[in-house]
Design a protein around this ligand. Structure first.
Ligand SMILES: C[S@@+](CC[C@H](N)C(=O)[O-])C[C@H]1O[C@@H](n2cnc3c(N)ncnc32)[C@H](O)[C@@H]1O
Length: 228
């Protein structure tokens, strides 16, 4: 199977309006990792969409996919520290809408803080094949986004965190890495590592529900026995 390459990527973005490109360096790895999903319907969740570059890639690369995008469309603190990015912030939602307009029926936009948006999806019992965590890169936000969205990742599904290798000069509270590391330590055994680089990519263990349920029963039994 021949995968789309740089010429196809250029076609997908022609005529669309973007101010920044933090995303296309990840296309080769995403292509490799997501290739098995190209021929089947799949559901994606994206936390952090900006002007929609990653969402457009996913929708084009996975022709049978649908994507749910959560964003405040108000930018992140780091966008206000850079004059060029700050100037883009008031235009990002309009650009997202224009860039995604051609994919009518294949995307859902949730304009909200991620915690609120994720909770609304959780109570609706939504599940996803791929989750891309690229909203706030602050440690505590990443941890909350991860813990909420992991519950909605299907067994065998793929989770991608942006900026795992970023912000090396920043204090831990402002970096994604400590949150991702903490999460992976807590959930050791429930995933396989796909890639650990600037982005972290893992695959949820297929059928991990049974061991989790079993662990819970063992935990309950231990507590009951402890009472006698
Ligand atoms: C790095 S950008 C996303 C880039 C995008 N994935 C792309 O490919 O161009 C981060 C986005 O996260 C959004 N964001 C930051 N904190 C958020 C939060 N707490 N809840 C929802 N969105 C947030 C910002 O508005 C911004 O659009």
């Amino acid at each position: 199977m021949t995968l789309p390459g740089p010429n196809d990527w250029a076609d997908w973005f022609r005529g669309k309006e973007f101010s920044q490109d933090w995303t296309s360096p990840h296309f080769p790895v995403w292509s490799e990792v997501l290739a098995p999903l190209r021929e089947r319907p799949c559901e994606l969740l994206e936390i952090g969409s900006w002007e929609g570059r990653s969402a457009v890639f996913f929708l084009e690369f996975l022709p049978l996919s649908r994507i749910t995008c959560i964003d405040t469309f108000g930018g992140s603190p780091e966008h206000f520290a850079n004059a060029e990015w700050r100037a883009s912030v008031p235009k990002i939602e309009r650009r997202f809408d224009a860039n995604l307009a051609g994919y009518h029926g294949r995307f859902e936009k949730i304009r909200a803080r991620s915690a609120t948006g994720l909770d609304s999806l959780l109570v609706s019992h939504r599940t996803f094949d791929v989750i891309y965590v690229d909203g706030s890169h602050r440690r505590d936000d990443v941890l909350i986004d991860t813990l909420s969205s992991w519950q909605m990742l299907k067994p065998g599904g793929t989770m991608i965190w942006d900026d795992y290798g970023g912000g090396k000069n920043l204090p831990d509270v402002e970096r994604a890495k400590p949150a991702v590391d903490m999460f992976l330590e807590m959930y050791a055994g429930d995933f396989t590592l796909v890639r650990k680089h600037y982005q972290m990519i893992v695959r949820k263990t297929p059928g991990d529900r049974k061991p989790t349920w079993l662990r819970w029963q063992v935990h309950r039994l231990g507590r009951r026995l402890g009472r006698f």
